[in-house]
Design a protein around this ligand. Sequence first.
Ligand SMILES: Cc1cc2nc3c(=O)[nH]c(=O)nc-3n(C[C@H](O)[C@H](O)[C@H](O)COP(=O)(O)OP(=O)(O)OC[C@H]3O[C@@H](n4cnc5c(N)ncnc54)[C@H](O)[C@@H]3O)c2cc1C
Length: 525
Amino acid sequence: MLYDLSGTPGSHQSIEASVCVIGAGPAGLLAAKKLSDAGKPVIVLESGGVKPNSHFKSLNNINIQAATYKRAIDGRVRSLGGTSTVWGGCLLPLAEHDFEKRDYIGLEAWPITKNDIAHYQADIEKIFGVDSTSYEDGIFSSHRLSENLPRSAYGLKTRWPKFPTFKNYNVADILKDDIYKSRKLDVWTSATVHDFDINVMNGRVVSVSAKNFNGKTLTVFAENFIIACGTLEATRLLLLLDRKVDQGFFSKYNILGHYFHDHLKIVVGRLCNRETPASQYPFMPFVVNKTRRGLHFETSFEMQKRLQIGSGYLTMTRRVFDTPLSDNSNDLVYKRFIGFKTETRNCIENLTPKLYWNHIINNKFMNKHSDIVVEMRVEQVPTFSSTVSLSESKDALGIPELQLHWLRTSEDEKTMRAVIQMGKEYWDSMSFSRAWPIKWFLDQNLCDDLIEISEDTCHPAGSARMGNSPSNSVVGRDLRCHAVQNLLVASAAVFPTSGSANPTMTVMQIAALAAENVIYNRFLK
Ligand SMILES: Cc1cc2nc3c(=O)[nH]c(=O)nc-3n(C[C@H](O)[C@H](O)[C@H](O)COP(=O)(O)OP(=O)(O)OC[C@H]3O[C@@H](n4cnc5c(N)ncnc54)[C@H](O)[C@@H]3O)c2cc1C
């Protein structure tokens, strides 16, 4: 059932469940579904409303120090479905080697392997309605460039992410039957968790408290609690929890809030001869087995080791040209009107080719206002001094805001330079590069600081990392906080590293693992 804290009578309520999940994004809703399917009564507390709304956005305010983390506010959505209400839908699991020790860049192995979470992949794919064939070589022969495109060359390897259809993007839409009908699952919106009641004697959370903008409060008592509210907010809640205890649950080990990282992104090139209609044919997402696939060039493990770099990947992405309207006026209403007219005109002009490309060629049509660019993303090598902490200022609910000291380092610079070089060599060696050369924007010799022009990718991770001991991590391989055993974290906050994949598939695998650890009462050392 769905409840809204703002709509309930009285100013305070207390409720009880077996498990309380904090956050209703992909991680929280998947964990809640698994738990309720297994017969556990679950309460989900969601800070936002049923739909995204600017009212809740202010709760994402962050005090930024060091590098600007551009998407701290817009890259996280407070609503049912969380950030899956706006995400790009790219599903790709981490590669096996992303979990391994990489001592040449000072990285420990994850405490779990790819195998430990691989069996959740099929369930997640089913939820999104994509097929279950391989991300590696399986669909290679279906690709139009298969004869010319090496699977592995010049240090790059192809993989093939999957995308759901647009109606299956938002997890709150896909799981609506669970949210609205399940007898075991209650979801509360407008309920921002801000406080914990702890039994210090046994080191367990007894209850959590949530509040809304009207001063209404809700306390949830449960046996287990799963924090699934995205990397930054999960870390914020753990830091708030730490403050509640005299000696601190986590502060003595000084790991919580450290090693914050993201993928760094730069557009590094543009496909030339875009005016040939066929240019979109090989490089844009295409459909196989009713599933849209993208093309993803990823650094091989051998090359990472040889060059002593982190991993990185290149993708071909559509970019809409800037239209003159962006400069014409600052008046929003005017812009919207012109924007609407332009969109409508484009739509009518391109209706026939769109239908043809969508239904006959099984590929997305791009009109002449679109460009195809090469986007590079690299994994940051996590560094201890890249931190998330509580700030002195408070948000509209009176909760301490976060302070982010995000660092980009010379190791990231090295990875970026290497990935661009690999991309150039790979492309230039292809026969089709003569028909569709790439204009690379960044000449390595001319450009000093790639990290300075790189941006975050809305893949925040790492500030409550997973590991084998409290001295190097916040949660164990069972995702339980070392210091508070009935509190689990299901978010990219626990990622020790981020590898070469978009995070959501792994975040959801982690959420499924957390749910199962609760269902089977598993404590793994
Ligand atoms: C523009 C964009 C494009 C993206 N594209 C991709 C992509 O193509 N592929 C991919 O893998 N990933 C992509 N991502 C990242 C992806 O959206 C996230 O990895 C994913 O949403 C993380 O899921 P989550 O459940 O951990 O967190 P979220 O989706 O952020 O959900 C967290 C939920 O917790 C709630 N919450 C926060 N604090 C509290 C609190 N104190 N109390 C109660 N509730 C709280 C929030 O309101 C939110 O609903 C993209 C992100 C953006 C912004």
